[in-house]
Ligand binder design. Sequence first.
Ligand code: FAD
Ligand code: NAD
Length: 463
Amino acid sequence: MADTDTFDLVVLGGGPGGYVAAIRAAQLGMKVACVEKESALGGTCLRVGCIPSKALLDSSELFDQIQHKAESHGIGVKGLSIDIGAMLKRKDGVVTGLTKGVEGLFKKNRIVWVRGFGRLAAADRVEVEGEDGKQTLEAKHILLATGSVPLELPFLKYDHERIIDSTGALSIPEVPEHLVVVGGGVIGLELGSVWLRLGAKVTVLEMAPTILPGMDAEIVKQADRIFRKQGFDIRTGTRVTGAERKGDKATVTIEGADPLEADYVLVSVGRRAYTEGMGFEEAGIRMERGVIQVDERYHTGVGNVYAFGDAIGGRMLAHKAEEEGVAAVETIAGKPGHVNYAAVANVVYTWPEIASVGMTEEEAKANGREFKVGKFPFMANGRAKAMGDTDGMVKIIADAKTDRMLGAHILGPRASDLIAELALAIEFQASAEDIARSVHAHPTLPEAVKEAALGVDGRMIHL
Ligand code: FAD
Ligand code: NAD
C-alpha cells in the first residue's frame, strides 16, 4: 500500500462491531479498510472474551457432567483426569480458527486489514503506526469501534500474575486451590464457574445486595441458590477494598470483614470504553468519562465520523456492537439502519444458563405498567427431565390489557438458545398468546417457553 491511501470507509477497530461493519460496507459496494492493532482480528470477543470463555465453559461443563452426571445415566468412568495445558490449547485453537475465519472473510470481501495503532488525525483521515512505520488513510467515512478494556480500580491494581483480569483468568496454568472473584457480575460467574467445575474453591465477593444486579430479581434469587449448591461461596453486600500480592498468594481486604487469602484473585468489576490517546477529543468529538457520545444514527457530530459498540457505552455485548455497526453503515449508505434495543437479549453462560430480553418484573413495575406473568419450571418439561437438567424456569411478562410481550427471563438448560424465540417475539411485537398458539415440537426445551406463555393466561397444560 502507498503512504497515503484513499477509502470510502475506514473502520478503527477489528472487533465484532468493527469487522461486521466492514463486511456490511463491502457488501454495499464500498472500498473498505479496517485498522486493528492486535495480531488477530475479532477484538475482545473472539480473542479474549466471548469465544475463549465459552470454549473453557464447554470443556469444564463436559468434565462436570462426566464427574457428576454420567453415573446417573449408568455410565461408569474410571481414572478421570484434567490436562489444563491441553484444555487451554484447545481453547486457543478455537480462537485461532475463528480469527483466521474473519481474515478469510476480509479477503473474500476485499477489505484491507491495516495492522497497527490508529489515530483520528482529522475528520477524514486516520494515521496508523505499524511495524512498517506510519501510514495515512484518507476516508469519506470513518467508523470508531475501539471497544473496551477491563476496568482497573485504583485500590485493586492488577499484577497480571496473581491479581488478574478476565484475560488472565482465561489462561490460569493450573487449577487454583482458592480463586477469589471480586465482582459477582457476568464475568465473575462465568469464569468462576470454569474453575469451580475444575476443582477450585471459588469465593465470589459482590458489593451489591445480590449477584447479577439489574437482572430479574426472582430469576437471580433462584440462580444464587443453585450456584451455592454447586459449591460457590457467594458473599453479597461485600465491598473489597484492596488486594496485595504475597509470593504465590494474594490477600484480599474486605470492608468490615476478615481478609481472604487466595492463589488467584480475578477482578471482574466491569469494563470501560477504550478511547484514550486516539485523537477523538482533539477532533472535536464529545466524550463523557471516556465514552464517545453519538446520536441515534451513531454519528459523533463531527464530519462523517460515526461510532458504536462498547466505545459508546450501553450494554457491552458483541451482538449489540454488531447490530450497531450494521445500522451505522446502512445509514451511511442511505438505508434505514436501526437497532431495537428492547429486543437485545442478554445471556449469562453459567449452568444453568440465564437469558433475558426486554423488561424485568422490577422495570415493568417501575414503569407503572400493568402486566401479567406466566412461569413454567423445567421440572415439568419432558426433555429437561430426560436430560437430567430440571433446575430453573421460563418467566414471561406481558401487558395486562394488550397481552403484548414486555419481557422474558429464563434460568435453565440452553437458555441461551431458547431466548431467541422470545427476542423474535418482542421484535415482531407479538403477544404471549401468539407464542402460546405456536406449535412447539415435542419433546423439546422450547415447550417450556410455550407453557410459560400459556401461563400468562393461567392455562398451562403440564402444571
Ligand atoms: P472490541 O471487541 O473490544 O474490539 C475493539 C477492537 O479495536 C480491539 O480488537 C482493539 O484491539 C481494536 N482497537 C482499539 N483501538 C485501536 C486503535 N487505536 N488502533 C487499532 N486498533 C484498535 N459479549 C457477548 O455478547 N457475549 C458473550 O458471551 C461475551 N463474553 C465475554 C467474555 C469476556 C471474558 C469478556 C471480556 C467480554 C465478553 N463479552 C461478551 C463482551 C464482548 O466481548 C464485547 O461487548 C464486544 O467485543 C464489543 O465489541 P466492539 O467491537 O465494540 O469492541
Ligand atoms: P459487571 O458489571 O457484569 O459486574 C461487575 C460487578 O462487580 C457488579 O456486580 C458490581 O456490583 C461489582 N463490584 C464493583 N466493584 C466492586 C468491589 N469493590 N467489591 C465487590 N464487588 C464490586 O462486569 P463484568 O462481569 O466485569 O463484565 C463486564 C462486561 O462485559 C459486562 O457488563 C458485559 O456487558 C460484558 N460481558 C458479557 C458477557 C455475556 O454476554 N455473557 C460475558 C462477559 C462479559
